[in-house]
Write a protein that binds this ligand. Structure first.
Ligand SMILES: Nc1ncnc2c1ncn2[C@@H]1O[C@H](COP(=O)(O)OP(=O)(O)O)[C@@H](O)[C@H]1O
Ligand SMILES: [Mg+2]
Length: 216
């Protein structure tokens, strides 16, 4: 990174004492908490990437999802750019700046949607264009960022390999121009032998200019 980050600078992501407990059914109306994440704290500066590596089931995916508040935290605080993420308004704004690349490119992409519509979905949701042409141009730009050919835009997700689907998912995640993305095991669909050895999650922040290209 070309940027020099002063130690005093506010971290982009600041996670304090995060806990995520799931209720597990243990019998007739009985549950017990499963402590998937128990008191995790970390900070990530702008332009920095944090990797979480560990055995399967140790809580990496849950950390990623809870930081993005796809799961409501059982306890703990999440600050983004110094602002605490709480309440609907803050959460909605946070969602335009922080996003997730899902682990499984087979189940996370709708096979009946074209690549173009999949990538444009966040643009549609957050109304981030003013004309059809702008939408199309942005989709083609995003496809270029992840090394997908523009001719693929009108094809369907099921026509692609796992690695290509992962790129489609990454292009979709980048559509909102995020400052922070959580990539859950981004290499898993690329090579099965890598998948067996390495289980990781990567929490990546961007300074605006460093988003492209993800793949070359
Ligand atoms: N939605 C859920 N409901 C109940 N238990 C869950 C849920 N998601 C994950 N878990 C449990 O939480 C633990 C951590 O899972 P996970 O975060 O997926 O680990 P990792 O990504 O490191 O493999 C596991 O024991 C898993 O079974
Ligand atoms: Mg996982």
């Amino acid at each position: 990174m070309s940027e020099i980050i002063k130690p005093s600078e506010t971290p982009l992501v600041d996670v304090r004492h995060l806990k995520e407990y799931f209720d597990i059914n243990t019998g007739f109306f009985k549950t017990r908490p499963l402590k998937a994440v128990d008191d995790v704290s970390f900070t990530i500066a702008k332009g920095e990437t944090l990797g979480l590596v560990g055995e399967s089931g140790c809580g990496k995916t849950t950390v990623g999802r809870t930081v993005l508040q796809l799961y409501k935290p059982t306890a703990g605080e999440i600050y983004f750019n110094g602002n605490k993420i709480e309440g609907k308004k803050a959460l909605k704004e946070f969602r335009t700046k922080a996003t997730m690349v899902f682990q499984d490119p087979y189940s996370s992409l709708n096979p009946r949607m074209t690549v173009s519509d999949i990538i444009a979905e966040p643009l549609d949701v957050h109304k981030l264009y003013s004309s059809k042409e702008e939408r199309r141009d942005r989709v083609l730009e995003l496809m270029g960022h992840v090394g997908l050919n523009s001719e693929h835009a009108s094809r369907y997700a099921h026509e692609f390999s796992g690695g290509q689907r992962q790129r489609i998912g990454i292009a979709r995640a980048l559509a909102v121009n995020p400052e922070f993305i959580v990539c859950d095991e981004p290499v898993s669909a690329l090579d099965v032998s890598i998948q067996a050895r390495r289980s990781s999650i990567c929490l990546r922040t961007f300074s605006k200019s460093s988003v492209s290209p993800i793949y070359s």
